[in-house]
Design a protein around this ligand. Structure first.
Ligand code: AMP
Ligand code: GLY
Length: 425
């Protein structure tokens, strides 16, 4: 009887989109699922390709949907934001009836346009910093002529791969930033409109939810280290390391976030008719006045995913499929009672310009690491990005998890490699 039950459950072909550490961590979790028949990937990396079949490199949405159809894919699992902002979910459903874990184009605009995201937050009374937005240079200049207080945060409206947020300490810096966006077009179309917002202080927390638009299942909250150097010095990056659970993530805080933020997001999505099935990343600042939203992302975090998924004791594929099918109600996620840590090893120069194609020397199994910016060239693995590899470990405490990460890092080196020595402190 049990066997018949298992056989009658539908098995799935899944197509994973993306090529970073986040997607390698997702791939590792998806292949644990008894519901998986075959995992395909586009464009993948050596880590992802070691556990899936990589079937293409083109991230244009019509090319993704065409390959998904050819391979009889049942579910597309989209790691990065760009294909979602381009409308991958809508196209896959409309053209081929294929479900996507990842929101519709309108839902993805919560990340794709900071102006839209701020307007959504104000309309539904979601706590965030005060803001203004500008569609042209002259209006922004005349605003800064009048503004008296600093610092102020200036954000490009569109996607900018982590490069669109600047903090101006005075009027001169603000003038320089708006000139670079509007006049020099340093971020192309993304910087042709901007948001200016009040600078918030407090500790940051990444609170990520899996949702079908109605039910929101919280993942364990994580702490991301955004600055490039120790002691939070230097420029912002995509993230240089992480741990989970975040030490500030108590049941009390969880309830405050649910009541003051998530319940309002739910109302907003419903009222605006936004089809949101996938991950919603809520970037929070824990201020003296309570948690405030810094940003929404329409996807999992990187490197947060690398510390969240190893703690998950439930079937990610099952949950993602229920979310994509609007059937999440009644589902819960089980978690291990442990800590996870991640340390990112990066290329010299990151987050600015860096070399690619540098040979990586491993003194053990290269797949003991999560691969982020790597590439296979004949029998060698070389660097192919700013964030190259992630050392990930779990342990009974935060410090034991991170100690294992740092031990693992002794087994890899390449010219110009560096990492933060203070993740978890
Ligand atoms: P975002 O892409 O909007 O998450 O911004 C990237 C980073 O800039 C955040 O993780 C914060 O560290 C910082 N940041 C963004 N907005 C603010 C703000 N209003 N006040 C202080 N820091 C901010
Ligand atoms: N680690 C920050 C992000 O994924 O946006």
């Amino acid at each position: 009887k049990v066997n018949i039950l298992i056989l009658s459950e539908k098995l799935m072909n899944v197509l994973l989109i993306g090529s970073g550490g986040r997607e390698h961590a997702i791939a590792k979790k998806l292949i644990e699922s008894p519901k998986l028949t075959k995992l395909y990937s586009i464009p993948g990396n050596p880590g992802i390709s070691s556990i899936s079949e990589t079937i293409g490199t083109d991230l244009k949405i019509d090319s993704i949907v065409k390959l998904a159809k050819e391979k009889s894919v049942d579910l597309i699992f989209c790691g990065p934001e760009q294909p979602l902002v381009d409308g991958l979910s809508d196209l896959a459903e409309k053209k081929s009836g294929i479900k996507t874990f990842g929101p519709s184009k309108m839902g993805a605009a919560l990340e794709g346009s900071k102006i839209f995201s701020k307007q959504f937050m104000s309309k539904y009374d979601i706590p965030t910093s005060d803001y203004k937005y500008f569609y042209n240079y002259d209006e922004a200049v005349s605003y800064f002529k009048r503004r008296k207080t600093y610092p102020v945060v200036i954000k490009a409206d569109g996607l900018a791969a982590g490069k669109g947020v600047k903090i101006a300490k005075n009027r001169e810096e603000a003038d320089e930033i708006i000139k670079s966006y509007f006049i020099d077009k340093s971020l192309g179309k993304s910087g042709e409109s901007i948001v200016i917002e009040e600078f918030l202080t407090g500790e940051e927390m990444s609170a990520i939810y899996i949702t079908d638009g109605t039910t929101f299942l919280p993942l364990i909250a994580a702490k991301d280290y955004k600055k490039v150097y120790d002691d939070d010095k230097g420029e912002n990056t995509g993230g240089m390391g992480a741990y989970a659970p975040h030490l500030a993530y108590t049941d009390e805080l969880k309830k405050i976030i649910e009541d003051n933020i998530i319940s309002k997001i739910k109302i907003g999505l419903k009222k605006e008719g936004i089809d949101y099935r996938g991950a919603l990343y809520v970037g929070l600042m824990l201020t003296d006045e309570g948690p405030k939203v810094i940003e929404f992302n329409c996807r999992f975090g990187d490197p947060e995913t690398q510390v969240i998924l190893p703690l998950m004791d439930s079937d990610l594929l099952n949950i993602a499929n229920l979310a994509a099918g609007k059937k999440l109600s009644g589902t819960t996620i089980k978690w291990k009672n442990s800590f996870a840590g991640c340390v990112v090893i990066a290329s010299e120069g990151y987050p600015g310009d860096y070399k690619k194609g540098v040979n990586i020397e491993f003194s053990g199994n290269p797949f003991d690491f999560i691969h982020a910016g790597t590439k296979q060239v004949s029998d060698k693995i070389v660097t192919n990005g700013g964030r190259v590899l992630n050392a990930v470990s779990i342990g009974s405490s935060k410090s034991s998890a991170l100690l294992s990460c740092y031990k693992l890092l002794e087994k890899v080196k390449f010219d110009g490699c560096f990492y933060r020595k203070d993740i978890g402190t």
